[in-house]
Design a protein around this ligand. Structure first.
Ligand code: GAR
Length: 213
């Protein structure tokens, strides 16, 4: 059985979705950079070991990343899963986990990298928005995309309504992507794209607003 370590900074609802998806894998540990992260309590309730590596206790990013990777590597995971982990990671850290570290981002990458994605989507007036799971590379929010889920942006949406609609899809998408990785079904091509080594079950398109028949 493959082993994963999940990194969180806060609420941990994506972590919870992975824990509750009953995937054929072992969650070896949940690690947070913040002792106040609500997700730590959720992980403990699920019987998962937790640890805190507080970034404020280290003089710089490199020192924090060294401590973090020591804590991760103690579990020898096959995959590191960033689930709302809100620290920028050094290139050395990311390269150490090359091809076995993934992230979920609340936008349809490459649009809206960085923060405040829902507000920026509303300001841009896009009609569809969503979330992306991608391999992590040193450039923030730019790694090879594994899977995306799309939601409509509805008239009258505010940031909270749109965030909630996207988050519901994050909770479906991330466990699926983790399961694909752990089943050995993801290949990063020479061109830097990701292939799923068997076709997905559905090839439907989403068009928003819906087309009229
Ligand atoms: C999620 O929406 C996730 O996509 C986002 O933070 C939230 C964490 O929620 N991640 C990023 O913005 C990373 N750049 P959660 O703690 O409830 O999973």
């Amino acid at each position: 059985m493959k082993k994963i370590v999940i990194l969180i900074s806060g609420r941990g609802s994506n972590m919870q979705a992975i824990l509750e998806a009953q995937l054929p894998l072992t969650v070896a540990a949940v690690i947070s950079n913040d002792a106040a992260a609500g997700g730590l309590v959720t992980a403990q309730k699920h019987g998962v070991a937790t640890a805190v590596i507080d970034h404020r206790a280290y003089p710089d990013r490199a020192a924090f990343d060294r401590a973090l990777s020591q804590a991760i590597d103690a579990h020898a995971p096959d995959l590191v899963v960033l689930a709302g982990f809100m620290r920028i990671l050094t290139a050395g850290f990311v390269e150490h986990y090359g091809g076995r570290i993934i992230n979920i981002h609340p936008s349809l990458l490459p649009s809206f990298t960085g923060l405040h994605t829902h507000r920026r989507a509303l300001e841009a007036g896009v009609k569809v928005h969503g979330c992306s799971v991608h391999f992590v590379t040193p450039e923030l929010d730019h790694g090879p995309i594994i899977a995306q889920a799309v939601v409509p942006v509805l008239d009258g949406d505010d940031e909270d309504a749109l965030a909630a609609r996207v988050l519901a899809q994050e909770h479906r998408l991330y466990p699926q992507a983790v399961a694909w990785f752990c089943a050995g079904r993801l290949t990063i091509t020479a061109a830097g794209t990701v292939e799923l080594n068997a076709p997905p079950d559905q090839h439907g398109a989403l068009v928003s607003p819906a087309l009229e028949s």
